[in-house]
Design a protein around this ligand. Structure first.
Ligand SMILES: NC(=O)c1ccc[n+]([C@@H]2O[C@H](COP(=O)([O-])OP(=O)(O)OC[C@H]3O[C@@H](n4cnc5c(N)ncnc54)[C@H](O)[C@@H]3O)[C@@H](O)[C@H]2O)c1
Ligand SMILES: [Zn+2]
Length: 281
C-alpha cells in the first residue's frame, strides 16, 4: 500500500475477489440487515469529513465543500506550495485562526460510535478527520487512529517541535502572520498530513491491521478518493469483511459494498449502530 497521499481510482480492488464480493453484496443497499449475526461482530469504522458537517465543519468535496467552492484551495494544499510560498502560509494561518472546528461540538453520529465502542463491537475507529471530535464525543483515544493527524497541534517542519495549536494561534491573533518555530525559527504548520506528505508508517500499519481484522468495515462521510485511506476498503474486502458505506454521494467503492446508505449521516449512522447492537444481543 502506498503511504503518500494521492487521489486516484481504487487500485486495491484489482486484488479483490469480485465473485466473492458479488456473492456477499446486497447490491443497491435495499436489504434489511447488514448481515445475519448472532454474536458480536468486530467492526472497524473509517470516517471522513462528512461525519463532522453536522457539527458545522465543512467537508472538502461535498456540495458545500471548501474545495468545491474554491478549487484553488485544493491546489494550495500541497506541502510543496506551503513550503515555497509565504503567502500560502499566511493564508493558511488566517484560515486556521478562523476555523469553525474551534467552536464545533460532536454530533449524534460521533456519539453513536461511542455507543458502538461501549457495546464492545468496535475494533478500531480510523479517521481522516483532524478535528478530534471523536475523542471529544467520548471515543477512547486508543481506539482512534488519526490517519491525517490533528489540527489541535502545530509542528515545526525543521526540528519537529510539537506545540499546542492554541499557543501558535495566539501569536497569529497578536499579529504574527507566519509564526516561526520558537526553538529553531523554522516553518510551522498544523500537525496534519498535507498532500505530498507521507503518512506515518506506524499509523497506516495500525489502520491496515484494523481493516484486515474486522468482519464489518463501515466507511462514513468520505468520498473515498484520497489514498491510502480509501484503499482500506479494499484491504477489508480482500480479508473477507463486508463493506458498508454511509455517504450522501456516490463513491468509487459503492459497487463493492454490501450496503450503501445515502441518508444523512446524523440519522443513518445512529440507526446502523442500533441495528448492530441489537443484532449482537
Ligand atoms: N472535519 C475534519 O477534520 C475535516 C474537514 C474537511 C477536510 N478534512 C480532511 O480532508 C480530507 C477530505 O476527504 P474526505 O473523504 O474525508 O472528505 P470529502 O470532502 O472528500 O468527502 C466528504 C463526503 O461526505 C459526504 N457528506 C458530507 N456531509 C454529509 C452528511 N451530513 N450526510 C451524508 N453524507 C455527507 C459528502 O457528500 C462527501 O462525499 C480528509 O483527508 C481530511 O483529513 C477534514
Ligand atoms: Zn523548529
Amino acid at each position: 500500500m502506498r503511504s503518500s497521499e494521492q487521489e486516484d481510482r481504487p487500485a486495491d480492488l484489482d486484488a479483490v475477489d469480485h465473485e466473492d464480493v458479488g456473492r456477499k453484496s446486497h447490491t443497491s443497499g435495499k436489504c434489511d440487515t447488514v448481515c445475519q449475526v448472532n454474536e458480536p461482530t468486530p467492526v472497524s469504522v473509517l470516517t471522513g469529513a462528512g461525519i463532522s458537517t453536522d457539527s458545522g465543519i465543512p467537508d472538502y468535496r461535498g456540495p458545500q465543500g471548501v474545495w468545491t467552492k474554491n478549487p484553488q484551495a485544493a491546489v494550495n494544499a500541497t506541502i510543496d506550495r506551503y513550503l515555497a510560498d509565504p503567502e500560502v502560509r499566511r493564508a493558511a494561518w488566517r484560515t486556521r485562526l478562523g476555523h469553525p472546528a474551534w467552536e464545533a461540538r460532536p454530533n449524534a453520529a460521533h456519539r453513536a460510535l461511542v455507543d458502538l465502542e461501549r457495546a464492545g463491537l468496535l475494533r478500531a475507529l480510523i479517521t481522516q478527520n483532524i478535528d478530534e471530535l471523536h475523542q471529544r464525543a467520548g471515543s477512547a483515544p486508543e481506539k482512534v487512529i488519526e490517519l491525517h493527524g490533528t489540527m489541535h497541534r502545530a509542528e515545526c517542519l525543521s526540528c519537529d517541535l510539537i506545540t499546542p495549536m492554541s499557543e501558535v494561534l495566539a501569536r497569529v491573533a497578536a499579529g504574527e502572520d507566519d509564526p516561526p518555530c520558537p526553538r529553531c525559527g523554522g516553518i510551522q504548520k498544523s500537525n496534519t498530513i498535507s498532500f505530498g506528505q507521507e503518512l506515518r508508517p506506524e499509523v497506516i500499519d495500525a489502520a491496515v491491521e484494523a481493516a484486515r481484522s474486522c468482519e464489518l468495515f463501515v466507511a462514513v462521510g468520505t468520498s473515498l478518493t484520497v489514498h491510502p485511506a480509501a484503499g482500506l476498503c479494499g484491504v477489508a474486502l480482500d480479508a473477507g469483511a463486508t463493506l458498508v458505506i454511509v455517504n450522501a454521494e456516490p463513491t468509487p467503492y459503492d459497487p463493492f459494498a454490501g450496503r450503501v446508505v445515502r441518508e444523512p449521516i446524523g440519522q443513518a449512522l445512529p440507526a446502523l449502530v442500533k441495528e448492530l447492537i441489537d443484532a449482537a444481543r
